[in-house]
Design a protein. Structure first.
Length: 581
């Protein structure tokens, strides 16, 4: 479901930025930012809450609750509108550039009169930023990178946001009379990390009822193209959706064609030609007689090409056709194989929910085990101490087996410093069931230093998992520059698993890195990095990414039974190899 919470989160965040950019009270800006995050992570749909219930959301007081109520009732908030009017839209756009916060954006506007990304690029090329207070050559460089990153992301959107919209649309179209089948295709079905547009297919004899249904959806802003077989529309959020209606007897061929990728389709068509066949979105035909040979299901189409059904996440022309012809496709990991999550937070650090709520929600998901891994002391704003984390350990032990026998692991997420050291001493680390270690700062160290830092973390016998290994954030932060081949080799040598962080902003490692790391014999952990109850289901995006990296159940340590997982966690550094047991 597309949640009102996301809209309210965006609005409150924008208000925080506007306060900051108009030189307002920093404390107030921070309060709105915290409230934005809390609303985004809240487990209940804000549009169903009354004023009293809104104030039960952490960090939401009366004045913020009033603004939410105003927005839900009228679609806008007058205080936000007022601030918007004070600042040109182009300046507001500047804030969205990675590496350029509200404070710097305001300086650029006031000192240089910069009020658009293009004007900013001009100013950068004329080297006019470096003389401003708080700027320098390094800042110029970072802003240039930020703009490049933003332009590269273009109009593509994140996987979860496309998925929410697509699933809602599929369920609505499925209820239309005459619907014999409906599903999403394209890059979304292949679980690419970002989505250009959403492709939805309907199987039905008549297309008119579906095309009419689309025009009347509440989130349709504009119909871009309207035909008998295809309608393209733009949603109120600016997302493009292509809906195609296929005759039920060509469903399989249409689904195969519109799932893509284009590169995969070119390969399948080549095979068809070799068999003296012709493959299109309507079916597989005899090239000579034109007789239809297969079209109803994808399985039929692939089978008549001499191929097994190929999972959509593999359809990228990365060797899946050859593997299929050899009968050698990987037996891909599935979400149901996951026995537990190994990287999650609570409100003891920057999470939004208490331990008890996170654990109860994990048990609901049917996990056999679950690790709590709050941040260690280096992330200063959270003021972690040994006393606090040991007190948490008591609570974790008390909750162990409390829900359907689910086992709890008490862990921590360490911060990897610039030298590769972490923020608790070895003897203290030995007391944890699991240590994840991640980079959260010093993103611009040189390649050699960055590599050494990660390799040292792998060599620490207490560290079992490297969290979000490249630290990239889609459209916002590039991956750190390191020799990842050396890191992958170190992971394999030391039996350190690499995380596939399932947060849709991260998806880190990405599919291509996973393929490379797997060749070194590395093991992986697919984790949500949940900071709220509603983040636990993000795991599906990590699974999609793992599939795109051709991973099987055996490659992923959190599909293993607890005994085998514990041997992996504790056998490290004692001459055991990854995956033993
Ligand atoms: P996107 O939307 O950029 O995230 O990526 P896709 O893969 O969803 O691409 P899209 O929406 O342009 O087209 C959906 C699928 O339709 C695509 O994956 C394969 C198929 N398709 C579209 N155009 C062509 C084409 O020119 N040739 C072939 N073979 N297939 C095409
Ligand atoms: Ca698409
Ligand atoms: Ca499309
Ligand atoms: Zn984390």
């Amino acid at each position: 479901m597309v949640r009102a919470n996301d809209e309210v989160q965006a609005l409150l965040q924008e208000y925080a930025d506007l306060i900051a950019i108009t030189g307002g009270d920093a404390f107030k800006a921070r309060a709105y930012e915290k409230a934005a995050r809390a609303v985004g992570g809240y487990h209940r749909d804000v549009s169903t809450l009354d004023a009293q219930q809104l104030r039960e959301i952490p960090n939401v007081g009366k004045s913020i609750a009033d603004k939410i109520t105003e927005y839900l009732a009228s679609g806008h908030v007058s205080a936000v509108e007022e601030r918007r009017e004070a600042i040109p839209a182009g300046v507001r756009e500047l804030i969205t550039i990675p590496g350029l916060g509200p404070r710097k954006a305001l300086v650029l506007y006031e000192e240089l009169g910069v009020s658009s990304v293009d004007q900013l690029l001009d100013a950068l090329h004329q080297e006019r930023l470096r003389d401003l207070k708080g700027f320098g050559e390094k800042t110029e460089e970072n802003i240039l990178h930020g703009i490049a990153l933003m332009q590269k992301a273009g109009d593509r959107i994140l996987l979860d946001s496309a998925m929410d919209t697509a699933e809602q649309l599929v369920s609505e179209l499925s209820r239309v009379t005459g619907c014999a089948g409906c599903c999403y295709a394209g890059s979304l079905r292949r679980m690419r990390e970002t989505i250009g547009d959403i492709d939805v297919l309907v199987a039905a004899e008549r297309s008119a009822p579906f095309m009419e249904a689309l025009a009347s959806l509440p989130y349709t802003a504009e119909i871009l193209a309207h035909g008998a077989k295809k309608t393209s529309l733009r949603t109120t959020k600016g997302l493009q959706i292509d809906v195609r209606v296929l005759p039920p007897d060509s469903w399989g061929a249409g689904l195969q064609y519109f799932t893509g990728s284009k590169a995969h389709n070119i390969r399948t068509r080549e095979i068809a030609v070799r068999h003296k066949l012709k493959l299109s979105e309507y079916g597989l035909f005899d090239a000579g007689s034109g007789e239809k040979i297969a079209s109803e299901t994808e399985e039929d189409v692939y089978a008549r090409l001499g191929l097994p059904w190929i999972p959509p996440t593999l359809r990228e022309d990365r060797g899946e056709i050859a593997a299929g012809l050899r009968g050698d496709l990987p037996d891909l990991i599935e979400e149901r194989d996951i026995m537990g999550d190994l990287h999650t937070h609570t409100d003891l650090t920057d999470g939004l929910a208490p331990l008890e709520d996170m654990v109860a929600a994990a048990a609901e998901r049917g996990y056999a085990y679950y690790a709590v891994t709050d941040h260690a002391p280096d992330l200063a704003m959270q003021r972690m101490t040994k006393e606090k984390i040991l007190a948490q350990r008591e609570r974790v032990r008390a909750l162990d087996r409390a829900h359907h026998g689910m086992r709890l692991l008490h862990g921590t997420e360490l911060n990897i410093g610039p030298e590769g050291t972490v923020d608790w001493p070895d003897d203290f680390l030995a007391g944890f069931d699991l240590c994840v270690a991640s980079v959260h700062s010093h993103f611009t160290l040189g390649r050699q230093a960055q590599t050494r830092r990660l390799v040292r973390a792998c060599e620490n016998p207490h560290i079992a998992v490297i969290g979000h290994p490249t630290t990239r954030q889609l459209g916002r932060r590039p991956p750190i520059d390191a020799d990842f081949d050396a890191v992958f080799a170190a992971c394999a040598r030391t039996g350190t698993a690499l995380e596939i962080n399932a947060h849709p902003n991260r998806l880190d490692l990405c599919d291509e890195d996973i393929l490379r790391a797997k060749r070194y014999g590395v093991k992986f952990a697919v984790d949500s990095d949940a900071h709220a109850v509603i983040h636990l289901p993000y795991l599906r995006y990590g699974i999609g990414t793992a599939q795109r990296g051709w991973l099987t159940k055996d490659d992923v340590i959190n599909t293993w039974p607890l005994g085998r997982l514990r041997r992996f966690l504790h056998g490290r550094g004692h001459g055991r190899t990854a995956g033993e047991g």
